[in-house]
Ligand binder design. Structure first.
Ligand code: COA
Length: 153
C-alpha cells in the first residue's frame, strides 16, 4: 500500500514541478493554468514568493518518498479557505492519492488552522476530482461548481 504524506512546499521542489507546469493535460480542468512556457527560474521565483504568503498554506504531496504533486489552502480567512490540488506526475493518477491528500489537508485546516469550512471549485467534467472531494465529505452547492466541507461539526 502506498504511503501518502504532505509536507510544506519548499523552493527545491521547483526542479520537479516546473516540468508539470508545461504539461497541458494536467491543467485541462483547472481554473488557473499557465499562459506561457514556465522555466525553472519562473518556478523557483514563484515558489519563493508564495511560500511567504500568509493567506495560503502550500504542501508537497509525497508518495513513498516521491514528490508527485501539490495541494494547498488559499484565500485563507479566519474561518475558511479554498483547497486546490494537482498530481503533476501522471504515473500517480488513479491510485487514490488525491483522495488521501485532500483528507490530509482538510485535517490540517481543521486541527492546525481551526477553520470552520473548506471549499473546492471543481469543473463538473473532472470526475476524479469530484469523486475525491465527495469521498472526503464535501457537499456540492447546487447551481455552482463549488463543494464545501464543514469542519468542527
Ligand atoms: C484530479 C486529480 C487530482 C485526481 O487525482 P487522483 O489521485 O488520480 O484521484 P484518485 O485516484 O484519488 O481518484 C478519485 C476517484 O476518481 C476516480 N477516478 C480517477 N481517475 C478517473 C477518471 N479519469 N475518470 C473518472 N473517475 C476517475 C477514482 O476511481 C476514484 O474513485 P473511487 O474512489 O470511487 O474509485 C488528478 O487527476 C490531477 O491532478 N489532475 C490534474 C489537476 C486537476 O484537475 N486538479 C483538480 C482541480 S479541482
Amino acid at each position: 500500500m502506498l504511503e501518502v504524506k504532505i509536507r510544506p512546499l519548499q523552493i527545491e521542489d521547483a526542479y520537479t514541478s516546473f516540468k508539470w507546469r508545461n504539461d497541458a493535460e494536467v491543467w485541462k480542468f483547472t481554473g488557473s493554468k499557465p499562459n506561457k512556457k514556465i522555466s525553472l527560474n519562473d518556478e523557483l521565483a514563484w515558489i519563493s514568493k508564495v511560500i511567504k504568503d500568509l493567506s495560503a498554506r502550500r504542501f508537497a504531496i509525497i508518495v513513498d518518498s516521491v514528490y508527485v504533486g501539490n495541494v494547498q489552502i488559499t484565500d485563507l480567512t479566519d474561518t475558511k479557505g479554498q483547497i486546490q490540488i494537482f498530481i503533476g506526475n501522471k504515473e500517480y493518477w488513479g491510485k487514490g492519492i488525491a483522495s488521501l491528500a485532500i483528507g490530509l489537508v482538510a485535517d490540517y485546516a481543521q486541527n492546525e488552522l481551526n477553520l470552520l469550512q473548506v471549499y473546492v471549485e471543481v469543473n463538473p467534467l473532472n470526475q476524479a476530482s469530484m469523486k475525491a472531494c465527495l469521498k472526503n465529505g464535501f457537499v456540492k452547492q447546487s447551481g455552482t461548481n463549488f463543494l464545501i466541507k464543514k469542519l468542527h461539526g
